[in-house]
Design a binder for this molecule. Structure first.
Ligand SMILES: CC(C)(COP(=O)(O)OP(=O)(O)OC[C@H]1O[C@@H](n2cnc3c(N)ncnc32)[C@H](O)[C@@H]1OP(=O)(O)O)[C@@H](O)C(=O)NCCC(=O)NCCS
Length: 157
């Protein structure tokens, strides 16, 4: 069963595996080491406690195994999502399911009017995930493809 949950300091090893060499290939960053993972988790805890909350960094679990992270950022003019899975968990639709859940949080619970996302042009698997989760492609710039999702308008009366 898939779920999203808050991260804890006990997730260090699982998060380090999520941000391994294969998974960071298109993220413009190095794999995460044991030092960075501690500050990553500390930042996630701080942002979870902040009010108003501007960043949701949530663990994606499958049968309670933490396989990935999905983020919803509210600090920009428009909200944005991102996601990353441990490489041995790819190809089973987990990212799509995680994305659907964080969109439900943003649009359903938080009432956002739109959420944006983007992926590197050389990472089309990420684009397929976005389209399957209901996003629409809006364009391309600086080596990235841009996407948006908006909740359906209420029916006119
Ligand atoms: C991109 C990513 C999130 C996709 O997650 P996922 O759970 O594997 O997604 P899905 O199972 O729905 O598969 C999506 C597509 O990727 C393909 N795919 C999955 N694993 C793959 C692999 N190892 N190599 C190549 N393609 C792969 C799937 O076949 C699928 O293609 P399809 O739509 O033609 O069937 C995941 O690969 C990942 O975390 N990558 C590293 C981080 C990253 O790139 N994040 C996105 C930043 S914008």
């Amino acid at each position: 069963m898939i779920g999203l949950r808050e991260l804890t300091l006990d997730d260090a090893e699982a998060i380090r595996r999520v941000y391994g060499p294969e998974s960071v290939k298109f993220l413009g960053r190095a794999p995460m080491d044991a030092v960075e993972v501690r500050s990553y988790l500390a930042d996630a805890l701080v942002s979870a406690a902040r009010s108003p909350r501007t960043l949701h960094t949530l663990g994606l679990t499958v049968d309670y195994d933490l396989l990935g992270v999905v983020k919803l950022r509210l600090e920009r003019p428009v909200a944005a999502v991102s996601y990353i899975l441990r490489a041995d968990a790819w190809g089973r639709g987990h990212a799509t399911e995680g994305l659907r859940r964080i969109v439900a949080l943003g649009v359903g619970e938080l009432g956002l009017a739109e959420i944006r996302a983007r992926h590197h042009v050389d990472n089309p698997a990420s684009g397929r995930v976005l389209l399957r989760a209901g996003f629409t492609r809006t364009g391309a710039r600086a080596g990235f493809m841009d996407y948006v999702i908006r909740p359906p308008s209420p029916p006119a009366r």
